[in-house]
Ligand binder design. Structure first.
Ligand SMILES: [Zn+2]
Length: 435
């Protein structure tokens, strides 16, 4: 005799609509030049949204996963991820608060000193930052009595900025908002975009908006992780659904030029594993000549063949080898009976752990200074997140640093793990154990 057990789907807990998935396009097109995309840079498989930390009451619910398939345009060489998830879904509530990193706060303060001096900004100047987060940067202008205005779509982080005294518009930026701002007397002497260009699905609308927002004679500075570094140093974990585009200098220059702006200077930065800061102006503003550094950077990228498709073909295999090496280390450590905890719960950690398939079988838990993340679980892998105190209670043998871009800061802060023989492990660019 057979009995049939009906397992009812748990419909009340999850509807496909919650995922806000975009329907698949027959073939994706370049978000800058609209050429059909035919070349894969790397395919990291399926991954959850890396900022969607899971609360305890949702642990048993379904979790949406989306592809992390990165392509390269063979016309303009823009490296890009399709907008698999609507941007409203990603940025309506954002767990990333810039102010939780001392290094990043210092970077912002140094930038403000430099740019105020360089552009001669004073009372009466208007500075606008796009994706101004919790006001980590603009607060420095406010202290100098320079009018600052943030534009930030994530209401929860914008609220923190407003409470700090940094005026912030809770909006997505683009051409239309720029026109409204200019009509409202808010044309900017300086527009700042730090790590935002990557997060914009409609790149052309956003960059056109910058051109509109700039006052005659105004300057825009944009910082973004440098694609050269991403590829040379295996930083595949900086790929996540929030990052739609990955820029070389030559491609960024091309995009700005298409919208009437000229890059007149460039700086290399150590932030986020190696970024560049470009300075651009209206193309017809001849008061700011193009520096030699621009010419050098362009030549260096051409010398490294970033304008050739074969340069992009080998990255995928490098990423697979990096995964094997990290797993190899963890398997050996666990077989030897060592305990491994994580430090940090950054977006990049979630790409790394999901791609490598690292769960609590390898990593007991992780810690983060951000109280918003403590008590929650990492998306996909469900590794629990505690306060950093936990490290000193459990004394793990290894501490895997997930935000490796802040490794020096973390090694300084957590140096006491050496008291019990604890060692630091950095996964990127290659597995490195630091005593
Ligand atoms: Zn293109």
């Amino acid at each position: 005799m057979q009995t049939t057990t009906l397992i009812e789907p748990n419909t009340q807990q999850y509807t496909p609509d919650e995922a806000h998935a975009k329907p698949a396009t027959p073939r994706a097109h370049c978000r800058f030049c609209a050429t059909p995309l035919n070349h894969t840079l790397v395919d990291l498989g399926m991954s959850p949204l890396c900022e969607s930390y899971v609360s305890r009451q949702n642990l048993n619910r379904m979790e949406p996963f989306f592809p992390l398939h990165v392509q390269v345009c063979d016309e303009c060489f823009l490296v890009q991820l399709e907008e698999y998830v609507s941007v409203e879904q990603i940025f309506s509530e954002y767990a990333y608060f810039s102010s939780y990193s001392d290094t990043w706060l210092q970077h912002a303060a140094d930038y403000v000193e430099m740019i105020v001096h360089r552009l001669g900004l004073a009372k009466g100047s208007l500075v606008v930052e796009l994706a101004s987060n919790d006001g980590y940067l603009l607060q420095n202008f406010v202290k100098k009595n320079i009018t600052a205005l943030g534009v930030e779509p994530a209401a929860n982080v914008a609220k923190v900025a407003i409470e700090k005294g940094v005026p912030t518009m809770i909006k997505f930026f683009g051409r239309k908002l720029a026109q409204e701002m200019v009509a409202d007397g808010k044309a900017a002497d300086l527009v700042i975009g730090n790590n935002v260009l990557a997060q914009v699905p409609d790149l052309n609308d956003f960059v056109a908006g910058i051109h509109t927002l700039l006052k005659t004679g105004g300057v825009v500075t944009l910082e973004f992780p440098h694609l050269i570094k991403l590829m040379a140093e295996n930083q595949y974990d900086t790929i996540y659904h929030e990052h739609f585009s990955y820029f070389s200098f030559i491609t960024a220059e091309k995009i700005l030029a298409a919208h009437g702006m000229t890059v007149f200077d460039v700086e290399e930065l150590t932030t986020h594993g190696g970024s560049i800061r470009v300075f651009a102006r209206h193309a017809n503003d001849t008061s700011k000549p193009v520096s030699d550094r621009v010419v050098e950077m362009r030549q260096r990228e051409l010398h490294q063949r970033l304008d050739r498709m074969d340069t992009y073909a080998t990255f995928g295999e490098k990423v697979k080898e990096s995964k094997r090496n990290l797993l190899d280390f963890l398997i050996r450590a666990r077989r030897e009976g060592k305990s491994v905890a994580g430090y940090g719960a950054p977006g990049k950690g979630n790409t790394l752990l999901n791609y490598c398939g690292i769960r609590t079988d390898f990593l007991d838990y992780t810690v983060d200074r951000n109280p918003y993340k403590q008590g929650k679980f990492l998306p996909g892998t469900h590794i629990p997140i505690f306060s950093p105190d936990r490290i000193f209670e459990t004394k793990p043998d290894y501490l895997l640093i997930l935000p490796w871009n802040f490794k020096q800061e973390i090694i300084r802060q957590m140096g006491r793990i050496r008291e019990w023989g604890g060692k630091f492990v950095v996964p990127i660019p290659a597995v490195e154990v630091i005593d």
